[in-house]
Design a protein around this ligand. Structure first.
Ligand code: FAD
Ligand code: NAD
Length: 473
């Protein structure tokens, strides 16, 4: 059977379904294909949503445990794993059904099956039967999958990737987490809160390589309290499956170079799903990391094929995929759309959360750019005091002379929500004075943004500091 359409979108994650919905809203006949029967992609089924659901619960557990400091006496909470799993799975099911419904109402046809290009106008889709879809344009939104550590227990069922860790089959007494990036930290936090003794090993010299170190410090302190052991400049040199436990050997700056663990969780990055797609039958090209090469309109080297989201390059974040989805759809519809965003926010949903957008201090240093950096410590925030969370920090990276806000970084509870104001400031080319003169509600953590801006101008109310000097260049 062969179907004909204007546009076929391959992959129904946040990038793919956003593109398909925008196309339909623009009056363009669209088919959305996914190898999985339920739309939503990795983000909904194995990524953003289940991890944040579990982080909500682990946050709740930690809040209950910390209640004692406020004079609230509560017993150690008990977790019913089956109920927790069912709650998480139900919310995923409901959200997926919602996507299907939203697509259906717009007239987007959803087809399940694994797709590959036969040529640059034809897609082969395999499920129980094989069918074909001919198209004028295609948008590739096939996402990414976890990287494995070759030779290090990849075949053992005691070794988990993020999908298996999120399935939450059991809470191991001891858990080895390999990788101190986004996923290792977020899911390590979940398992530690649920009762695992977590050992984390990270190859580089600190958590979240590339992120400003002053933002990392409060998180590192917290993680070291929550986890049994955290080791940097360390890698796993061998893993042996001994039936009901793993024997691990380490190399690097770790105190004890071996250990036994009930489970190991590998979170060392992800690779794009650009293979087995028949791209060789088109002119689309991939780079040496497997990302499909695209231009600012999300167009590949094959003019009728677009690529968006994780398969099209870093950062591998759902909201970047969604924006690219809109750009690709609008370009196909003939609009002058382009991915020219100045600030892609990043949020690590640990406790405390870390968020940043635009230019970071580390990037400014690397690029030799002159900047002025102001910091507002949350120890001077009334709202942070009421929460018992004084460890946070809000920092601003500005252009010397004009005070234009180039980037913002935040660490503390709710940093992920707070960064949205900074994204708008960077996109709108706001200056520190705009942010400082805008009235922020009191008492809220958002005031730390206003005060960081005022600190740049040398007149923050709750700290007494001169304007920061110009650095770099
Ligand atoms: P995906 O969501 O990966 O979807 C791709 C879809 O393509 C899948 O449904 C797949 O079945 C389908 N597909 C693949 N190949 C084919 C084929 N040949 N034929 C048909 N269909 C195919 N990002 C955030 O922004 N915030 C977060 O909090 C966050 N948390 C995360 C937590 C975890 C544990 C993980 C693993 C990731 C997280 N991410 C987060 C990253 C986020 O999930 C990705 O950036 C996002 O899913 C990328 O969206 P996408 O549309 O490119 O592809
Ligand atoms: P990551 O790139 O964030 O972190 C991987 C970490 O593993 C790095 O710190 C790296 O130095 C370390 N590492 C690599 N090889 C190692 C080894 N052999 N031994 C020890 N450590 C090693 O990757 P991730 O955590 O797998 O996440 C993948 C991507 O998914 C992220 O980069 C992000 O784009 C996305 N994600 C986003 C969120 C969010 O937005 N909150 C959450 C989860 C995932």
């Amino acid at each position: 059977m062969t179907k004909e359409t204007d546009v076929v979108v391959i992959g129904s994650g946040p990038g793919g379904y956003t593109a398909a919905f925008r196309l339909a809203d623009l009056g363009i006949k669209t088919i959305l294909v996914d190898a999985r029967k339920e739309p939503g992609g990795e983000c909904l089924h194995n990524g953003c949503i289940p991890s944040k659901a579990l982080l909500h619960v682990s946050g709740l557990l930690e809040e209950i445990r910390a209640a004692d400091q406020f004079g609230v006496r509560v017993a150690e909470p008990k977790v019913d794993l089956k109920t927790l799993r069912e709650w998480k799975n139900n919310l995923i099911g409901n959200l997926s059904a919602g996507i299907l419904q939203l697509g259906g109402r717009r007239g987007v046809e959803f087809v399940d099956g694994r797709a590959r290009f036969e040529d640059s106008q034809t897609l082969v889709v395999e499920n129980e039967d094989t069918s074909r879809i001919t198209f004028k344009h295609a948008i590739l939104a096939t996402g990414s999958r976890p990287l494995k550590l070759p030779g290090l227990g990849a075949e053992s069922n005691l070794v988990m990737d993020s999908t298996e860790a999120l399935a939450l089959e059991k809470i191991p007494k001891t858990l080895l987490v390999v990788g101190g990036g986004y996923i290792g930290l977020e899911l390590g936090t979940v398992y530690a809160a649920l009762g695992s003794k977590v050992t984390l090993v990270e190859l580089t010299e600190g958590l979240l390589p590339g992120v400003d170190r002053d933002l990392i410090r409060p998180l590192e302190r917290r993680i070291k309290q929550l986890f049994e052991q955290v080791s940097f400049n360390t890698k796993v040199s061998s893993i042996e499956d001994r039936g009901d436990y793993l024997q691990a050997e380490f190399e690097g700056d770790i105190d004890i170079p071996h250990g036994t663990f009930e489970r190991m969780f590998v979170a060392v990055g992800r690779r794009p799903n650009s293979d087995n797609l028949g791209l060789e039958h088109t002119r689309a090209s991939i780079d040496n990391q497997g990302f499909v090469r695209i231009d600012a309109q999300c167009r590949s080297a094959e003019p009728c094929i677009f690529a968006i989201g994780d398969v099209a390059g870093q950062p591998m974040l759902a909201h970047k995929a969604m924006r690219e989805g809109k750009v690709a759809a609008e370009v196909i519809a003939g609009q002058a759309s382009s991915f020219d965003n100045q600030a892609i926010p990043a949020v690590v949903f640990t406790d405390p959360e870390i968020s940043w957008c635009g230019l970071t201090e580390e990037e400014a240093k690397r690029e030799g750019k002159q900047v002025q950096i102001s910091r507002f410590p949350w120890s001077a925030s009334g709202r942070a005091a009421t929460l018992g969370r004084l460890e946070g920090l809000t920092k601003m990276v500005c252009e010397p002379g004009t005070g234009r806000i180039l980037g913002v970084g935040i660490v503390g509870p709710n940093a992920g929500e707070l960064i949205a104001e900074a994204v708008l400031a960077v996109e709108m080319a706001a200056v520190a004075e705009d942010m400082g003169m805008s009235i922020h509600p009191h008492p809220t953590l958002s005031e730390t943004l206003g005060e960081a801006a005022e600190a740049l101008l040398g007149h923050a109310t709750h700290i007494s500091r001169k304007a920061p000097p110009i650095s770099g260049g």
